[in-house]
Design a protein around this ligand. Sequence first.
Ligand code: ADP
Length: 288
Amino acid sequence: MTEERKTPLTKEQIEELREDLKLADTLTRIDNTLLILSGKGGVGKSTVAVNLAAALAASDKEVGLLDIDLHGPSVPTMLGLEGADIARGSGRGLEPIKITKNFKVMSIEFVMKDNKDQAVIWRGPMKHRMIHEFLSEVDWGDLDFLIVDAPPGTGDEPLSICQMAPPRSQAVIVTTPQKVAIRDVKKSINFCKNLGMPIFGIIENMSGFVCPTCGSSHPLFKTGGGESLARETGFRFLGSIPIDPRIVNASDDGKPFVTEYPASPTSKAFEQIVGPILGLSSPRLKKH
Ligand code: ADP
């Protein structure tokens, strides 16, 4: 009988295995991941990510918000975290920043703190590595929801996160009502289909303007494009979010709109969208 000789693993292979194990450990502690995607920039994807995360946290869920928009992170500004310091965690890698006891945030901007205004020039594999680290090296703990704010389009970052995402991951697609936005969002839908990423639903943002003073409604950029796209593609329509000029001020002041103006029609629209998302959450089991 010939004795099988096993080639010992190289240092790099051992390191790779160790990192994969760390990633697997993080992923088992995340109950649901929602990837917030859009076909175009400027449709309010980060606004939706921040406010969904804040609304879920306000519903007592353990929430993590991960900003993987490596070229234009908006989340730190929208949550008043510019210049924030991140620390090494007790057990593993980096501590995310805590907004409240059950709402944690991580963004490329915290890591690039001293070079905030520097353009990030990275090729695909470097971005992939960074996103891997954001998952495996960050001490997320047990989460009911990880909300991921990905850059617009179908580039390296959405691709990496779709490849690495935990098993219970779904995409939420954000669009505005106009034809030009709808056309691009169809590419995001096809991207998810090609990668086998389930789509939880479609949100139409900037859907009409509700006057904060008199309550009258005006379809500034038309309305209904997102809903008819949902009908056409067979995905769930999660809801329409009206334009409210106070969103811009709240974002610039670093405060989630939904907690600043909970009674506004726009916050009520977020509340309706959060309903079915809360339905995804399984009863918490302490895993660690
Ligand atoms: P994206 O992430 O898609 O590039 P952002 O979330 O950064 O878009 O939003 C772009 C701008 O539009 C921001 O200034 C934001 O405050 C504003 N905005 C987003 N949604 C709304 C809305 N429903 N009403 C008013 N302003 C909005």
